[in-house]
Design a protein around this ligand. Structure first.
Ligand code: BES
Ligand code: ZN
Ligand code: ZN
Length: 496
């Protein structure tokens, strides 16, 4: 798919047959409709049905210069935002693929002046590409065509073309990264285990020029990562611990951001086994890892001025005669011991090693972990926002802002010490299960112990937002939550 910037539809690249896509808000609709009817010679009645409500689509045809032209009106509701356009555009392209035609010209001219056209270009590019994601990777027949059109052109005054070109590139990079992340999260464990996940990181490290070091089980054991070893001991696939590092060469001082992602390739719960209803969805339990991998990929491709380090402890959580047993006590990289009360609370046990490792070896200025950690976070916030935990108000605000900007929302929950008593162990330093009440908070309190009181640590519980119902698949599927949130956060951070 090609994206172009043009000034005039009639004289430039799209003199040939094309569809004209016009996004509209419902505000002052009558005025804009009057302009359109005049322009295309339609009778006013033809537009009566179209109310420009959110994601409403109306396709009309017109005969201009003896060529049939398609005009696609896309409703954005009351007030237009780049986010609103992104959603509407993705849905339009996904649902109407066959009808849109080979060449599309997008005209933002009927949208409010004050909207940044550059942001709209990015949103449209990103959305159009995302909509072509092919989830049917393993179908051998009846595949739907995924590419719907060859050319998309944005109608813009030439003085904005340089910035708009950058926006196209950003939209493309983020979309292709998000598509990678969809794949990782959607793949089941027989197609993506801890070794294959590590290989993927090596592959993109080579492709986009950042450092990747994969540690295998012997080294993991030697380093004393007893949490990861314990969760992995029931598995037939050895754990991996991967460290990625991106550092652009520049004389300017760079902020050091550290990321940790939960890479459980399948969570059946271990001996504390889950019920089978919906268990297949636990292939998504490496979505935290996928989000940090995607952030790494996008940041490297966009060449953002930041020193970014990401670690991914990865294993599945299986049942077997060798599997870790409730009551077992394990040593961890930090030196702290954990009593395993419930083997299904495995994510926090591998993150304990990830957090302690990155803190000790890299001393990042900001430390963020992402994990599909608890069903309790889904009970608290549903499928609309990740639960955010931090002691750092400024960071909470920065992430909330990035969340609003990207629609990858976060909502803060407390980290009061009152919750510590739930995870107090008689025999070890801490236990991995704090009961059902406040389950997302007690999980966060557990992680906190392994951050060595880092003043800028954030935990994001993404269990409700990483994998869910959406209009782009029949059953639940990946959302790539976290990639745009973190890229936006890092972009804002580096612009300061
Ligand atoms: N991977 C799950 C959490 C999860 C739930 C992810 C829903 C995605 C969607 C996690 O490892 C888990 O099993 N958590 C338990 C914790 C409990 C045993 C303390 C849970 O939430 O029930
Ligand atoms: Zn679990
Ligand atoms: Zn899990």
């Amino acid at each position: 798919m090609n994206f172009q910037l043009i000034e005039n539809t009639k004289t430039q690249a799209f003199a040939q047959k094309h569809s004209l896509l016009i996004p509209l808000t419902s505000k002052n609709l009558a005025e804009k409709m009057a302009l359109l009817t005049a322009e295309f010679g339609w009778s006013a009645a033809i537009l009566e049905d179209f109310k420009a409500s959110t994601e409403e689509v109306q396709i009309l045809y017109t005969q201009a210069d003896n060529a049939l032209e398609k005009v696609i009106l896309l409703g954005l509701g009351e007030s237009a935002t780049a986010e609103g356009l992104r959603k509407a555009m993705r849905l339009l392209v996904y649902k109407q693929k066959e009808k849109l035609g080979k060449n599309i010209v997008i005209d933002f001219g009927k949208l409010p002046e004050e909207l940044s056209k550059v942001a709209l270009v990015e949103a449209c590019t990103n959305a159009a590409l995302l909509a072509t994601y092919d989830i049917a990777k393993f179908k051998t027949k009846d595949k739907q065509p995924s590419v719907f059109s060859e050319n998309i052109a944005f109608l813009l005054p030439s003085e904005s073309h340089t910035l708009a070109q950058k926006a196209v590139e950003k939209g493309e990079i983020i979309a292709s990264t998000q598509q990678d992340i969809f794949d990782l999260v959607n793949l089941p464990v027989n197609r993506l285990n801890s070794l294959q996940l590590a290989e993927f990181m090596e592959k993109i490290g080579k492709e986009y020029s950042f450092g990747v070091r994969v540690m295998h089980l012997a080294e993991i054991k030697q380093l004393g990562m007893g949490g990861l070893v314990a969760v992995n001991q029931g598995s037939d696939t050895p754990a991996t611990f991967t460290v990625m590092e991106y550092k652009p060469t520049t004389s300017q001082p760079l902020k050091k951001v550290g990321l940790v992602g939960k890479g459980v390739t399948f969570d059946m719960g271990g001996i504390s086994i889950k019920t089978s209803d919906g268990m297949w969805q636990m292939k998504c339990d490496m979505a935290g890892a996928a989000a940090v991998i995607g952030t790494m990929e996008a940041v490297a491709r966009l060449q953002l001025p930041v020193h970014l380090i990401a670690v991914v402890p990865s294993t599945d959580n299986m049942i077997s005669g060798r599997a870790i047993c409730p009551g077992d006590i394990v040593n961890t990289y930090s030196g702290l011991t954990i009593e395993i009360e419930d083997t299904d609370a495995e994510g926090r046990v591998i993150l304990a090693d990830g957090l302690a490792y990155i803190k000790k070896n890299f001393e990042p200025d900001v430390l963020i972990d992402l994990a599909t950690l608890t069903g309790a976070s889904v009970i608290a916030l549903g499928y609309h926002a990740a639960a955010l935990f931090t002691h750092n108000d400024e960071l909470a605000e920065q992430l909330a802002k990035a969340g609003t900007q990207t629609s990858e929302k976060v909502w803060r929950l407390p980290l009061w010490d009152d919750y510590d008593k739930h995870i107090k162990s008689d025999m070890a330093d801490v236990k991995n299960f704090g009961g059902r009440p406040a389950g997302a908070i007690t999980a966060a309190k557990f992680l906190e112990k392994f951050t060595d009181k880092h003043p800028a640590w954030v935990h994001l519980d993404i269990a409700g937002v990483a994998f869910g119902d959406n209009p782009f698949s029949g059953a639940r599927s990946a959302t790539a939550y976290g990639v745009r949130l973190l890229v936006e956060y890092i972009t804002n951070l580096t612009a300061q």
